[in-house]
Design a protein around this ligand. Structure first.
Ligand code: T1G
Length: 698
C-alpha cells in the first residue's frame, strides 16, 4: 500500500494497519494510504475490514504540524465518508488512544472494539479548534447531546469502558486486541451483520429541557473565558439536532475553518508543539545513557520539600525526607498528610491511594539515610551559605553516581556545585509552588553538569508528570529573571496614577490567571522584602517603595488579611483599600511624580513587554535554548494565558517592530530610561522584519 498504511488479508478479512510513528497522526501520507487501502479492501475480494494502528496507539488525531499550511487532498472528512460507505462491515480496533481525528475515524467505522486500557476523546478544543471530521455530528447521535457536549467542550479523554457505557465503543477486547477483532468480524459475518452507519441515526432530543443550549452556552462562557472554540462546538451540536447529517457536516466544516485560522488556535498549537520541543536538549545526543532513579532523598521538609516529596511519591518513587530535627520533620510530614487528605476530599485520589503515597515518604534527621539515594534534591531556605553547607554534607554521604540537585529559585548553581568534589553530578531542579501541583520544572544546567545527569533529570521530570525546560545559570534562571521587569512596572504604574485594582484587572482581562499585585499579596510581601533587605548595597528603585511601606505597615498580604488589598476574612475576596491608595499618592508626591490617566492597554504593554525584552536577552545569552522554551516556562509556571501562546509567541502576534518601537517610546518618555533599553536581539529581529518563531536560538 504505502510506507505508512498496509493491507493484509486474514481469511477474507482485510486488516488495514496504520504505521506512522510515534502516534499514527493522520498526515497527508496516511490519509492517502488509508483511502487507497479502503478502495482496495472494498473492491469485492474481502468480506470485512479491521482497521488498527501499529505501535503504542490507534490514532492520536490529525497531524498538528500540518495545520497552518494548505491541507492536501484527500481531506480527512472525504476519507471518512468513503470509509463509512464501505459495502462490507468495518471494525475499528482501538488500543492506547483514539483522539480527535483518530476517534472520528473509529466512529466512521461500523463497529468499535477497544482494549480495556484504551482512552478515547476529542481534545480539539485544547487546540482552539473543534472536531472537524464529523465528530460534532456523530457523537450526539451515539451518546446523546449532553454527554457529547461534555466530551468535546472539556476535551478530556475517557476510558474505553466508560466509552462503552456511553455508546461510543461496542466491545472491550478479552485478550489480545487484533485476534479479538478478527474473531468478532467472523461472528458478525456469520450472523449476517452488515455495515451499520451512525450517520443514518437521528439525534435524540427527547431528554433536552427547553433552553438547554442557551444554558449550556452560558455555563461554558464563564468557564472558558469566552474563547471561541467551545461556543462553536455547542453551535455544531445544536445544528446536529436540526440538520440532516450531510448539512451538519458542512456546517461543522465551516466553523472548523473559521477556528483553525484564529489567533487562539495558532497560540494553542504552538504551545502543544513547544512543550514537546522543550523536552529536547539540542546538544545532547538522543542515545545519551541515563542513570537509574529508583529512590529519591529530599533535604528540607518545608513547603517546597514536602510538595516535591509528594510529587515523587505520587509517581511511585520512594522518598527519604530529611529535616534538621524531629519537630520540623513531624511538621513537614503532617503537612503532606493534610494535603493528601484535602486531595481525597476533593476526589483527586482515593483514601487507599493517598495512604500508599504517604507510605512511600520516610522521614529522617540523619544524613546517612540519604547515602543510597539515586537523586537527592535540596529544598532548604533560600540562603546560599546554608545551601552550600547542605551540599558539602551530601558530598560526604551520598554514593558515587548520585545526582545532587538544588531547588534554588535564584542562586548560582555553579557556586553550589563548586563546594563538592563532584560538580558534574550537580544541577538545579527549580520546582514551582505548590510543587505537587505546578507542572513546570526549570532544569538548571551548570557549567560542568554531565550530559547523562541532564538527560536523566529531563526524563525523570516527565516521570513526575512535569514539563521540563532547560535553563543555563543566571540570577533567577528564565522565569524569575524575566519576572523582575513585570513586577517593577506594575509598581511604577501605581506611582504614576493607576490603582492596584486597575493594574490587576487590566492584566486579568489580558488573560493572566491573577494580576501581579494580587499575586504579590498571595505570595506574601515580606518574602521579597526580606530578599531585598538581604542584598547588601542594593540600589534604590522607586518601584519597591510602596511594597516596603506596606510591609512596614504590617500589611504582608493575604496572610495578614491586608496587603495591596484588604481581604474579606470569610471569602478571602480582595477589596480595594483607600488607605493604600492614599499611601501611594503620598509616596508619588514625595518622589515628585504627578498622577496621570493611564489606559488599560498601556498597563498591559508596560507589564508584558519587559517579559519579552528580557526574554530576548535570555536568548542572546543562550540561557534558554529557544523562544518556545520561554513560552512554556510562562504558560506552566506563571499563569500566562495559553491562548496567547506565551510572551515570545505573543510578541510575534503583535509584531516585533511594534513591540520594539513601544519599548523605545517608553524609554524616551518614562522616568527611568535605563529600565527600558531594548535588547539587541529584539532590535535586530525587528529591523529585519523577523519573528521569534523563526529565531532558532543556540
Ligand atoms: N500530530 C502530530 N504529532 C503528534 C500528535 C499529533 N496529533 N500527537 C502527538 N504527536 C507527537 C508529539 O509532538 C511528540 O513528538 C510525539 O508525538 C509523542 O507525543 C480533524 C483537527 C497522543 C496522548 O490533540 O495528546 O484531530 O516530541 O510527547 O505524552 O478533528 O501526544 O516525539 O517529536 O505527547 O505519550 C487532536 C494530541 C488533533 C492529541 C501521547 N489530537 N496528542 O502523549 O507523548 S486535532 C490531539 C496527545 C484533530 C480533527 C482534528 C499526546 C498523546 P516528538 P507526546 P505522550
Amino acid at each position: 500500500m504505502s510506507h505508512v498504511v498496509s493491507l493484509e488479508s486474514h481469511a477474507g478479512i482485510a486488516v488495514i494497519t496504520l504505521d506512522n510513528p510515534p502516534v499514527n497522526a493522520l498526515s497527508t501520507a496516511v490519509r492517502k494510504g488509508l483511502l487507497a487501502a479502503i478502495e482496495k479492501a472494498d473492491a469485492g475480494s474481502h468480506k470485512a475490514i479491521v482497521l488498527h494502528g501499529a505501535g503504542r496507539v490507534f490514532i492520536a488525531g490529525a497531524d498538528i504540524r500540518e495545520f497552518g499550511q494548505p491541507i492536501e487532498d484527500p481531506w480527512l472528512p472525504k476519507v471518512l465518508e468513503r470509509l463509512e460507505s464501505c459495502s462490507i462491515p468495518v471494525i475499528a480496533a482501538i488500543h492506547g488512544v483514539a483522539l480527535g481525528g483518530g476517534l472520528e475515524t473509529a466512529l466512521a467505522c461500523h463497529y468499535r472494539i477497544a482494549d480495556a486500557g484504551a482512552r478515547v476523546g476529542l481534545p480539539e478544543v485544547k487546540l482552539g479548534i473543534l472536531p472537524g471530521a464529523s465528530g460534532t455530528q456523530r457523537t450526539p447521535r451515539l451518546m446523546g447531546v449532553q454527554a457529547a457536549l461534555d466530551l468535546m467542550v472539556s476535551g478530556k479523554p475517557i476510558m474505553s469502558r466508560q466509552a462503552q457505557d456511553a455508546g461510543l465503543v461496542d466491545r472491550i477486547a478479552e485478550g489480545e486486541l487484533l485476534p479479538a477483532a478478527l474473531k468478532w468480524a467472523s461472528e458478525l459475518l456469520s450472523e449476517g451483520s452488515g455495515p451499520r452507519r451512525n450517520s443514518d441515526l437521528l439525534v435524540d432530543t427527547s431528554k433536552l429541557s427547553p433552553g438547554f443550549f442557551e444554558q449550556y452556552r452560558e455555563a461554558t462562557l464563564k468557564a472558558t473565558r469566552g474563547l471561541p472554540a467551545p461556543q462553536a462546538i455547542i453551535d455544531c451540536v445544536e445544528q446536529a439536532t436540526r440538520l440532516e447529517f450531510t448539512s451538519g457536516i458542512a456546517y461543522e466544516r465551516e466553523r472548523f475553518e473559521e477556528l483553525v485560522r484564529s489567533p487562539e488556535s495558532a497560540a494553542l498549537r504552538h504551545a502543544f508543539l513547544a512543550e514537546r520541543k522543550a523536552a529536547k536538549v539540542k546538544d545532547l545526543p538522543a542515545d545519551t545513557p541515563l542513570r537509574p532513579i529508583a529512590s529519591v532523598g529530599i533535604v528540607g521538609a518545608g513547603t517546597m520539600g514536602g510538595g516535591i516529596a509528594m510529587s515523587c511519591a505520587n509517581a511511585g518513587i520512594p522518598v527519604t525526607l530529611l529535616e534538621i530535627n524531629q519537630e520540623a520533620l513531624d511538621r513537614g510530614l503532617a503537612v503532606c498528610r493534610k494535603n493528601y487528605e484535602r486531595s481525597v476530599a476533593r476526589g483527586r485520589f482515593t483514601g487507599e491511594e493517598a495512604e500508599s503515597f504517604m507510605q512511600r515518604i520516610t522521614g529522617t534527621t540523619n544524613y546517612s539515610d540519604l547515602a543510597t539515594a539515586d537523586l537527592v534534591i535540596e529544598a532548604v531556605f533560600e540562603d546560599p551559605d546554608i545551601k552550600k553547607t547542605v551540599f558539602q554534607e551530601l558530598d560526604k554521604v551520598c554514593k558515587p553516581g548520585s545526582i545532587l540537585a538544588t531547588n534554588t529559585s535564584y542562586q548560582d548553581v555553579d557556586d553550589i556545585a563548586a563546594v563538592t568534589g563532584r560538580p558534574e553530578d550537580v544541577l538545579g531542579m527549580h520546582f514551582f509552588s505548590p510543587a505537587n501541583v505546578m507542572k513546570l520544572l526549570e532544569v538548571v544546567r551548570g557549567a560542568t553538569t554531565a550530559d547523562d545527569v541532564l538527560a536523566t533529570v529531563m526524563k525523570f521530570a516527565r516521570t513526575l508528570g512535569k514539563v521540563p525546560v532547560v535553563s543555563r545559570v543566571c540570577y533567577g534562571f528564565i522565569g524569575n529573571r524575566m519576572l523582575a521587569g513585570y513586577f517593577r512596572e506594575a509598581q511604577m504604574l501605581l506611582l504614576e496614577g493607576a490603582t492596584p485594582t486597575q493594574v490587576d484587572q487590566a492584566l486579568e482581562s489580558f488573560g493572566m490567571a491573577m494580576g501581579p499585585l494580587a499575586v504579590s499579596d498571595l505570595a506574601g510581601l515580606d518574602v521579597s522584602y526580606k530578599a531585598r533587605q538581604a542584598i547588601p548595597d542594593i540600589p534604590d528603585h522607586p518601584s519597591v517603595h510602596v511594597a516596603d511601606q506596606l510591609v512596614e505597615m504590617g500589611r504582608l498580604g493575604q496572610k495578614t488579611g491586608a496587603g495591596y488589598y484588604r481581604y474579606d476574612s470569610a471569602t478571602r475576596k480582595r477589596q480595594a483599600d483607600p488607605e493604600v491608595e492614599e499611601m501611594i499618592r503620598a509616596e508619588a508626591k514625595r518622589l515628585g511624580m504627578a498622577p496621570r490617566t493611564i489606559t488599560d492597554s498601556e498597563i498591559v504593554q508596560r507589564v508584558i513587554y519587559p517579559l519579552i525584552n528580557e526574554g530576548a536577552r535570555i536568548l542572546e545569552e543562550h540561557i534558554a535554548q529557544r523562544p518556545g522554551d520561554i513560552d512554556i516556562v510562562y504558560l506552566y509556571g506563571y499563569g500566562f494565558p495559553k491562548w496567547r501562546g506565551g510572551p515570545m509567541f505573543f510578541a510575534d502576534t503583535v509584531g516585533l517592530k511594534i513591540v520594539f518601537e513601544r519599548i523605545c517610546a517608553f524609554r524616551d518618555s518614562l522616568e527611568r530610561p535605563q529600565d527600558w533599553q531594548p535588547a539587541a536581539l529584539l532590535e535586530t529581529l525587528a529591523s529585519q522584519g523577523q519573528t521569534f518563531r523563526a529565531y532558532q536560538g543556540w
